[in-house]
Design a protein around this ligand. Structure first.
Ligand code: PMP
Length: 392
């Protein structure tokens, strides 16, 4: 990184307010060389593709000759209209979203969906089913209980998914909610569970990591900040017949119909996040779509799981091999748990960062979303082998 002396032009007096004293010389860091990049295994917000960041950087001050940043322009202008429409069209292509589904760009994080879903899809006394396989589906269940008769149809042990024929599904459930990938425990469904009621999936941490048959779902939702963009945007893909059924007391901002009828612009949408997700969707399409993306993700995950299983028990993955996540790989050092802190510290020195497991479960966790390159995973695997050999 090269620090250069840059002459900042003095800003003129503006309506009587002096914004910056004239003739200020400031030392500004200008990135002339390759910027420093680490391999960031954070569970989210997480890495974004380098070329997407560079494109955003190039567009930052003047988006396509508009003389404005995306962050500065009206969401109702023709420029942003083209951004949001393109983002939606590309997402539709990626996930092959049927025409009878709406794509909504929302705020409030995936957590807001936990209450939005029961408020829109069930009345107070209605029965709804929740499948709990980890921390996030448990949170959704706890929120659902506030609004209707939420039935705990299945409670996993945070390491596996109980066989579907053991689930206690209700005959009259308005929906079945589950989490397709438990970010904290690293438990991932390998296909959509086959249920009669309307299926709802939290796909926050594996959204766009593999192809999905959207037609099996009533609603899919995901926070953007893991696989497809920065924080601030939640994407909901909802079948049209489920829209327009909110309870009368539902706050306006929590009614899917309001967002659907206004093309996600009832109020100011998270413009920057939508723009960034649009760039990511474009990139995923250019890679060959989600089949190609899945292959890369499988390869990356195999590198880590093989390192764990080839470590002679030095490392352990607590998760049933049948449902190990391609996105979040938790692991421990079972015989010497005190070494886990050392592992995380030493990895950090090699620019392998954010490997600490979630505070509720401990151990380590490597989140390897779409934007984590294979080289990052290989570097982590090499370090794991070296660390094990040194400490076995
Ligand atoms: N669901 C899952 C699977 C998650 O991983 C997260 C965030 N880590 C959430 C829901 C909550 O998302 P948000 O922080 O966007 O509310």
């Amino acid at each position: 990184m090269l620090a250069q002396q840059v002459q900042i032009k003095p800003i003129q007096r503006n309506a009587g307010v002096r914004m910056i004293a004239p003739t200020v010389r400031k030392s500004v860091k200008v990135c002339a060389a390759q910027p420093k990049r680490v391999y960031n295994f954070s569970a989210g917000p997480a890495m974004l593709p380098m070329d997407v960041l560079q494109k955003a950087q190039a567009d930052l001050i003047d988006w396509q000759g508009s003389g404005m940043s995306i962050m500065e322009m009206s969401h109702r202008g023709k420029e942003f209209d083209s951004v949001i429409k393109r983002a939606e069209a590309d997402l539709r292509k990626l996930l092959n979203i049927p025409l009878n589904y709406k794509v909504l760009f929302l705020q409030g994080g995936a957590s807001t969906q936990f209450s939005m879903i029961p408020l829109n899809l069930a009345k107070e006394g209605d029965v709804v089913d929740y499948v709990v396989t980890g921390s996030w589906s448990k949170k959704a269940f706890d929120e659902g209980k506030k609004f209707c008769k939420a039935n705990l149809a299945c409670k996993g042990n945070n390491k596996s998914v109980p066989a579907i024929d053991s689930w206690k599904l209700s005959a009259d459930a308005k929906y079945v909610h589950y989490c397709d990938n438990e970010t904290i425990q690293g438990v991932e469904f390998k296909s959509a569970p086959n249920v009669k009621a309307t299926l709802i999936a939290d796909m926050s941490s594996n959204f766009c990591s593999k192809p999905v048959d959207v037609s099996k779902y009533g609603l899919i939702y995901a926070g953007a900040q893991k696989n497809v963009g920065p924080a601030g945007l939640t994407i909901a893909i909802i079948r049209e017949d489920l829209i327009g059924k909110a309870r009368p007391s539902t706050p306006t901002m929590l009614d899917y119909k309001i967002h659907a009828d206004n093309d996600s612009m009832y109020n100011t949408p998270p413009c920057w996040s939508i723009y960034m997700c649009g760039l990511v969707f474009e990139k995923l399409l250019s890679l060959g779509g989600l089949e190609a993306v899945q292959k890369i993700n499988e390869e990356k995950a195999a590198v880590l799981y093989n390192t764990i299983s080839g470590s002679n028990g030095f490392y352990n993955s607590p998760v049933d091999p049948a449902v190990r996540s391609l996105m979040n790989v938790p692991f421990t050092i079972p015989s010497k748990p005190d070494l886990e802190k050392v592992f995380i510290k030493e990895a950090g020195k090699l620019d392998l960062i954010q490997l600490k497991g979630h505070r509720s479960v401990g151990g380590m966790r490597a989140s390897i979303y779409n934007a984590m390159p294979l080289e990052g995973v290989q570097k982590l695997a090499a370090f794991m082998k070296e660390f094990a050999a040194k400490n076995q």
